[in-house]
Design a protein around this ligand. Structure first.
Ligand code: SF4
Length: 179
């Protein structure tokens, strides 16, 4: 697709740093405009959500790229994954979580004149990129899903040079690692 007006669904600054830089530098062909979307009602507790959101905003503002932050509807997210609280990471709870976030991102894209969606939800080594791709394709229709493979080396390099706040669990209360 040419003239792609892209919504980049992001979970946090460390996962999105390379992707945002690539988009800002015009390295992804066909993208004429993009916005970073922070929509993560899965994150718990709210204080953790706020930390990740603030770090995301700081990085976007540093690079001078557009961003949007949507509602923190954690109770509704809990309803969406109900019955799968004890599923393992990469299990069905995560598919429901991805679909929930992509569904809202698609609505945001439609409402704001964007025609494509990409994400960094599969970037972490704890995640399955193919699971993210399948979940997004289940909910994207007229808004096209772009399964971009981001430059991992660039992301690692930026993160090494940055003092990002870094979390040690995916996001929801069920992913908090017991130490
Ligand atoms: S582990 Fe991560 S992807 Fe899976 S349900 Fe929790 S927040 Fe969502």
């Amino acid at each position: 697709m040419s003239d792609m007006r892209l919504v980049l669904l992001s979970c946090c600054a460390p996962c999105s740093s390379g992707a945002i830089r690539q988009l800002a530098d015009g390295q992804i062909s066909g993208v004429s405009d993009f916005i970073v979307l922070f929509y993560n009602p899965n994150i718990f507790p709210e204080s953790e959500y706020t930390k990740r959101m603030q770090e995301q905003i700081k990085y976007c503002e540093k690079l001078g790229v557009k961003y949007a932050v949507l509602e923190y509807d954690h109770d509704a997210w809990r309803d969406a994954v109900r019955g799968y609280e004890n599923a393992p990471e990469r299990g069905h709870r995560c598919s429901l979580c991805f679909e929930y976030r992509f569904r809202r991102a698609v609505k945001f894209a439609r409402d704001n004149g964007y025609n494509a969606i990409a994400s960094v939800l599969g970037v972490s080594r704890h995640k399955s990129q193919s699971q993210v791709d399948t979940s997004s394709q289940n909910v994207c229709d007229d808004v096209q899903y772009m399964p971009v493979t981001w430059d991992e080396g660039l992301r690692v390099q930026i993160n090494r040079e940055s003092d990002f706040y870094r979390q040690n669990y995916c996001g929801c209360e069920f992913s908090i690692r017991k130490v």
